[in-house]
Design a protein around this ligand. Structure first.
Ligand SMILES: Cc1cc2nc3c(=O)[nH]c(=O)nc-3n(C[C@H](O)[C@H](O)[C@H](O)COP(=O)(O)O)c2cc1C
Length: 324
């Protein structure tokens, strides 16, 4: 009688485990408990904020981009809410490299998930120097933000708009650091496939796509002035999601390295769509402002339900499946 009951219970447990979907992800050999990632800049560089988001359920967390020197950034207002998104022009404010590295060390100790250290340089060489310094803090990845303005170029275009410059940044960074490298791409280019291919060929381990779209502008009609102190800023949030999905779809067709897809993801459906386009993990940025810290767990629960409905067992059943 007892053994029958035991067999019955065992069968129920087996059936339950069999139905469970596996949300774990693996990017360049680094394991994530789930595919959600806090993208760069959404919550600054403070270790306490990153640890809070890790505890709230993010699979990985990214610091704000740090650079070689202390930088004030733009005056307030630096963020304004627009229909279905945010416009921001923070101006790459940075507490300085020494302080950033100390904070990064604390974040690596405090967050129980992989920490991604985002950084920028004003020249190709500076990218290498900053990469070397932040790598000493032992993050799981370093992330080169090649979407920020490039002061080498007289037109002030980001490094990520030129295949040649993007590849040079990657080559220099790979020379200076052994930590796996993510390269963050801008969607503001006519052919993102070639940029992605160039960074892969130069040695990037992973791609993050996309940074903000634009720049865009929001004018206050009573004062007749642009609201952002910088006048124009980058657009994020649901308004850019179709562009981000198309970019990730294009990149997936061009490269073999994994992609962290981001841009307007705020639900399990959005995450599933990005994975189908070819992402191996998904960034959730602006939705932290609109849905709160709980968004990571909520998106995972919603994604799990969609996967159950589809009969998926793991993320592999979704990744890139929108490509025939
Ligand atoms: C306020 C704010 C600050 C940002 N700062 C950075 C940054 O420092 N470095 C970077 O690579 N991206 C930065 N981004 C871009 C985000 O990491 C992300 O790529 C973009 O917002 C798209 O994702 P989302 O629509 O989920 O927010 C920032 C975005 C926002 C809204």
């Amino acid at each position: 009688m007892m053994s029958c009951l035991f067999c019955y219970l065992l069968l129920i447990v087996i059936l339950f485990i069999d139905k469970m979907v596996d949300l774990s992800a693996s990017l360049s050999g680094v394991k994530f408990g789930n595919p959600t990632v806090l993208p760069a800049g959404i919550l600054g560089v403070a270790a306490s904020s990153l640890a809070r988001i890790a505890s709230a359920g993010a699979g990985a967390v990214t610091t704000k981009s740090v650079g070689p020197e202390r930088r004030e950034g733009h005056k307030n207002p630096v963020v304004v809410a627009v229909d279905n998104g945010l416009l921001n022009a923070v101006g790459l404010s940075c507490p300085g490299l020494d302080e950033s590295v100390e904070e990064l060390k604390k974040a690596v100790r405090a967050a129980h998930v992989p920490v991604i250290a985002s950084f920028y340089g004003r020249t190709v060489e500076e990218f290498g120097l900053v990469a070397e310094r932040i790598s000493a803090a032992k993050p799981a990845f370093i992330e080169a933000n090649i979407s920020c303005p490039n002061i080498e170029d007289e037109y002030g275009k980001p490094f990520g708009t030129s295949c040649e410059l993007a590849a040079r940044v990657v080559a220099v960074v790979k020379d200076m650091s052994r930590v796996p490298l993510i390269v963050k791409l801008t969607p503001n280019v006519s052919d993102i496939k070639n940029i992605a291919l160039s960074v892969e060929e130069a040695g990037a381990d992973c791609i993050a796509a996309v940074n903000t779209v634009g720049p865009g502008m929001y004018i206050d009609v009573l004062s007749a002035k642009p609201v952002l102190s910088n006048r124009a800023g980058g657009l994020s949030g649901p308004a850019i999601r179709p562009i981000a999905v198309r970019c990730v779809y294009d990149i997936y067709e061009a490269v073999d390295i994994p992609i962290i897809g981001m841009g307007g993801i705020s639900s399990g459906r959005d995450a599933a769509e990005m994975l189908l386009a070819g992402a191996s993990a998904v960034g959730i940025g602006t939705a932290v402002w609109t849905r709160g810290d709980g968004v990571f767990k909520e998106v995972c629960a919603e994604l799990g339900k969609i996967m159950e409905e589809r009969g998926d067992r793991s993320l592999k059943d979704l990744i890139g499946k929108a490509h025939c």
